[in-house]
Design a protein around this ligand. Structure first.
Ligand SMILES: [Zn+2]
Length: 95
C-alpha cells in the first residue's frame, strides 16, 4: 500500500497546534480545507507501508519538514479564518 506520509504528519501537527489556532473554526469542513491547503504547499512524501510499519517511519520525518508543516498550517489557518467555507459569504465572494 502506498501512502502519502505527509497527510499523517499534517494531521499530527494540526492536532497539537489546534489549541493555539485562535478564532479558527474547527468544523469538519474548515479543518479539511486547512489540511488540504497545507498539503498543497508541502511536498508529498510517499511511503510503502506494511502492517504496523507506518509508525516506524514517523520518526524519520526530518525536523525541517515539521517546521514547514507548522508554517503551512499557520498560513492555511489564516485563509480559513478569514473565509471559512461553511459561511455563505464565501460563496458570494466566489461568484
Ligand atoms: Zn467551519
Amino acid at each position: 500500500m502506498i501512502k502519502n506520509y505527509m497527510e499523517e504528519a499534517v494531521d499530527r501537527v494540526y492536532e497539537y497546534m489546534r489549541p493555539n489556532l485562535k478564532g479558527v473554526c474547527t468544523c469538519e469542513q474548515c479543518v479539511n480545507d486547512m489540511k488540504a491547503l497545507a498539503l498543497n504547499n508541502l511536498k508529498p512524501k510517499y511511503v510503502v507501508t506494511h502492517q504496523g510499519e507506518v509508525y516506524s517511519k514517523v520518526g524519520q520525518l526530518h525536523i525541517q519538514s515539521e517546521t514547514d508543516i507548522i508554517k503551512e498550517i499557520t498560513s492555511a489557518s489564516e485563509v480559513v479564518r478569514k473565509k471559512p467555507r461553511h459561511s455563505p459569504e464565501f460563496f458570494e465572494g466566489q461568484a
